[in-house]
Ligand binder design. Structure first.
Ligand code: BGC
Length: 908
């Protein structure tokens, strides 16, 4: 009876809409973007269809300079273009103009011989395409009145201006040295915060574009701006770095107004503006927080008719503006609000609010009280073992808000120029209640794209923690941590996590932007700074720049973004920097093909029992071994990129270099029995994952890896570099069950140990807080560090089985090949890919049966692998074929079929 399996196939609602729908239109990875400075932007759309097997066979795009698509207004009509491509199609019309808005529509033809109507209209607006479009002047405080770095008071700038006529449209183009907050007629402009974001400022400084039409009026108006220290001038890193990018705050702002009668006006930053630093923000520093004295507020300072006689003049300054770029990353905004789950007294008597979640952003205060009352809020991620407020892991960062009441009824305050990573808020100065405090969660606005859920609630909490780790550390740049005196774009952390990041959220715009900074901050010798934007260069240039596994972000992240989002142009743009990095290593390694002294961080934060009492073998991996392994890996990815980009000579050359590294690597580190000289989990993981072992040794090496895991009673010992690949290597070598053992391990070191300890984000260390609630370390102990969250992509790719087909782009073709475990009852996942929503889920049923639920978006195809059910059976092959699934094949892991778009349910 065992082999008498049966198979049930449910055909879901065949044709509810006998029509393909066009949804989610984007330009350059953004919906309705303002300020595009790409001369030939790319347009994408998604197709939706209820029927199965829908493919696009042709499209037509039309772009118009007005909302009416009359022939005379069209700047591009692609005509019917035979193509299955529905993402990133390059604009090929007449030259687009600075500051102009464009409207576009698309229609498609499908493989059923039908065409759609024109889609809804989407739009984008061009940024300023030439330096000459900048008419405004940089303004700074005059040296006499407001000296350079004397303090960290916020600078306020203002100007009155009059507009003559009825306004039909108005745009503000703004950037600054330091953070800015722009306001018009008393109101903040735009939803973005922490502008202008963080980039390699001297080479790339972003400006933002705002539609301010509704904020202006004919007659008297005023513009006001507050400038804070920001990344430009705050004290950065744990080294003394105050004023790293420059000593003076500055503003560049121009407002362009169009009147109904066809005339226009400009409001420009220039010598006529006024300045003061005698406003309410007495201190602002990214790490330290803000000190806001509401008694110093200047009522109406950003409105017309304000008496500015006490304000000083400003100086104009000259910068060449060649570094100005339109802002293209995901905008940093207030994303959600949390209320405290309780307010309590600690054993030491401190009043503390628990936000219930380790979050990033700040607190909004709403209070009533006497003038001069001072409230101090301090922030912490954890409580110590006594339940007391713990801030030592913040190192030098004060993470403090001080608010002095003005005493005029209800007062609301939110900081502007700082952010904090915290779960607990210590309150001094007033007995605050829940209603006085709101947690404002701030991060780059990335569209959520992935969900993962299974029958184990601890794993679900792990997924939650991974996603919150991403939210808190994707604040314009991918940071290591959001709380202590770092918050820096650590390259190693970003490469480890980027694949997982791209499942959880749409990070295409985010990485497009940051990777340009990686290339911009690359050293002339091709090495990559430890952090990007690079503010530690005095340190790393003197030691090991581009430490192996860190510098490799320059190769790994673009390749990952290409795979995930199908963005070939990104790969093309990044290719020179990818290649330069590999060439940098190549020079160092020379004819030995071994990269010596290439790593300073090694397998950072691997399991180190010497630091506790476990008394087990240590997980150390030789640093030179790591360096050569990453040298090989980056070389192989540059070869892959060269193939995609049609650079055949490079592909051939890097293919050969890879083989030479592989040979040297094996001679140096691998014994004939497949044992690796640096006998650690990470050593086996890197060798196997990077394809460095000859075929006959792979199974042996995998076996040593498994033995090591077993000898540690199903525990990992990997650090930042080995961890992301560990479970994948196990899966690829037939040990998915061992990978599940690691995933489901609840004792330290493991992913679920912090979850069991109450974590709501991913910890920097496997044992940040020990079982007895003491801390592992003071200086390096962040409770919001995403690197170990890189297990997330194994959950999506293996547990749920949603996997890219690297021969196609951005999930045009992909795999659905879940590998269920009897240790879970069900698992399911969705991914909103560039083509639309993919879903994959499985569930054990009675009698050992399995039920699979899958969704393949229109205009894609998937290879489905149906896993064995609990009885070890495959599905009834004939039945599948008769229902139109193609290329049926039996494999080691199950039955493989080719499927077109649609929804499928299998039970057998
Ligand atoms: C950061 C890490 C980073 C590391 C390099 C730390 O201070 O927080 O995440 O990758 O330094 O060793």
């Amino acid at each position: 009876m065992k082999y008498l399996s049966y198979f049930l196939f449910l055909l879901l609602n065949s044709s509810i809409f006998a029509q393909v729908q066009i949804t989610e239109m984007t330009c350059e990875h953004q919906q309705n973007p303002m300020g595009i400075d790409v001369l030939n932007p790319r347009l994408s759309w998604k197709l939706k269809a209820q029927e199965r097997n829908i493919l696009q066979t042709a499209y037509q795009i039309r772009v118009s300079s007005t909302q009416a698509f009359e022939k005379k207004n069209l700047v591009w009509d692609s005509g019917k273009t035979p193509s299955g491509e529905s993402i990133l199609q390059v604009y090929k019309g007449t030259a687009l103009q600075s500051g102009k808005m464009y409207f576009w529509q698309v229609k498609v033809w499908d493989n059923q011989g039908r065409d759609t109507d024109w889609s809804n209209t989407a739009s984008w607006e061009m940024g300023l395409l030439s330096i000459n479009d900048w008419k405004a002047q940089w303004i700074e405080p005059t040296t006499q009145a407001l000296p350079e770095i004397d303090n960290s008071k916020a600078l306020m700038l203002r100007k009155n201006f009059a507009l003559k006529n009825k306004i039909v449209s108005a745009r503000a183009y703004v950037t600054s040295h330091g953070y800015y907050e722009l306001s018009l007629n008393g109101q903040k402009v735009g939803n973005e915060v922490l502008t202008p974001g963080w980039t390699a400022y001297h080479k790339r400084l972003q400006y933002q574009v705002y539609d301010v039409t509704k904020m202006l009026r004919s007659g008297a108006n005023a513009v006001g701006t507050m400038l804070g220290e920001g990344w430009f001038r705050s004290n950065l890193g744990w080294v003394n770095n105050k004023g790293y990018y420059g000593k003076r705050l500055g503003l560049l702002c121009q407002i362009y107004v169009k009147y109904a009668d066809g005339t226009e006006d400009w409001v420009l930053s220039d010598g006529s503006w006024k300045a003061t630093n005698e406003g309410p923000i007495k201190v602002n520093e990214i790490y330290d927080g803000e000190n806001y004295d509401a008694t110093r507020e200047m009522k109406g300072w950003n409105e017309a008719n304000f008496n500015e006689s006490q304000w000083t003049n400003v100086s104009t300054a000259i910068f060449d503006n060649k570094n100005l770029v339109a802002s293209e990353g995901a905008k940093v905004e207030r994303i959600e609000e949390l209320k405290p789950i309780k307010i309590f007294r600690t054993p030491k008597g401190l009043l503390v609010a628990d936000m219930g979640q380790n979050m990033v952003g700040w607190i909004r205060l709403k209070v009533t009280g006497a003038k001069g009352t001072k409230i101090v809020l301090r922030h912490a991620e954890v409580l110590d073992k006594f339940g007391d407020f713990y801030t030592e892991n913040l190192r030098k960062a004060k993470c403090m808000l001080t608010y002095t009441l003005k005493g005029e009824g209800e007062e609301t305050y939110e900081p502007r120029f700082t952010f904090m990573g915290f779960r607990y808020v210590a309150i001094e100065g007033m007995d605050l209640k829940t209603e006085n405090l709101t947690g404002i969660v701030v991060h780059s606005k990335m569209t959520p794209t992935g969900t993962f859920e299974c029958s184990n609630s601890l794993v679900n909490q792990l997924q939650h923690n991974i996603q919150w780790g991403q939210k808190g550390n994707f604040v314009d740049v991918p940071t290591d941590c959001p709380q202590r005196d770092e918050r820096l774009g650590w390259t190693g952390d970003a490469q480890a996590f980027c694949r997982t990041a791209a499942y959880n959220f749409d990070v295409s715009a985010f990485f497009t932007k940051w990777l340009k900074d990686v290339a911009a901050d690359q050293r002339p010798d091709g090495s990559i700074p430890w952090v990007v934007p690079d503010i530690l260069n005095k340190m790393d240039a003197a030691t090991v720049p581009g430490s192996a596994g860190w510098g490799d972000v320059v190769v790994i992240a673009p390749w990952t973004m290409y795979l995930t989002y199908g963005d070939k142009q990104l790969l093309e743009n990044q290719y020179p920097s990818m290649k330069a990095y590999v060439e940098f290593i190549r020079k160092k390694a020379g004819d030995s093909y071994l990269w010596k002294n290439g790593s300073i961080f090694g397998d950072w934060l691997f399991y180190k029992p010497v630091m506790d009492s476990h008394g087990e073998p240590d997980g150390y991996t030789d640093k030179d071994y790591i360096s050569t392994a990453f040298y090989a890996y980056s070389t192989s990815l540059v070869k892959e990129a060269a193939l995609v980009l049609g650079k055949e000579e490079d592909a051939k050359m890097y293919g050969e270099v890879f083989e030479k590294i592989k040979k040297a690597f094996n001679e140096q580190y691998v014994t004939g029995a497949g044992r690796i000289a640096s006998d650690s989990q990470t050593a086996y993981v890197l060798a196997l994952n990077f394809g460095l072992l000859p075929e006959n040794l792979q199974a042996k090496a995998a076996n040593y890896l498994v033995q090591d895991i077993k000898s540690r009673e199903n525990h990992l010992s990997t650090g930042f570099l080995g961890t992301p690949y560990l479970c994948h290597v196990l899966t690829k070598n037939g040990y998915t069950d061992v990978a599940y053992d690691l995933l489901l391990q609840e004792k330290y070191p493991s992913w679920l140990y912090p979850v069991k300890m109450g974590a709501t984000t991913i910890w920097e260390r496997w044992d940040g807080q020990k079982v007895d609630s003491t801390f592992q370390d003071v200086g390096m102990n962040s409770f919001n560090h995403y690197a170990y969250g890189a297990i997330g992509d194994w959950m999506y790719r293996v547990v749920a089985g949603i996997e890219i087909n690297s021969k196609s782009k951005g999930y045009k073709q992909f795999y659905l090949k879940p590998e269920p475990s009897v240790r879970l009852n069900y698992a399911k996942s969705t991914l909103n890919s560039p083509y639309g929503e993919i879903a994959s889920g499985w569930e054990w049923k009675e009698d050992g049966k399995i039920k699979l639920t899958m969704k393949i978006p229109a205009n894609t195809r998937a290879t489905i692998t149906l896993p064995k059910n609990k009885n070890g059976d495959f599905a009834g092959a004939k039945l599948i074929e008769s229902l139109g699934l193609q290329n049926l094949k039996k494999t080691e892991k199950g039955i493989e079929v080719e499927a077109g778009s649609g929804e499928y349910v299998f039970e057998y």
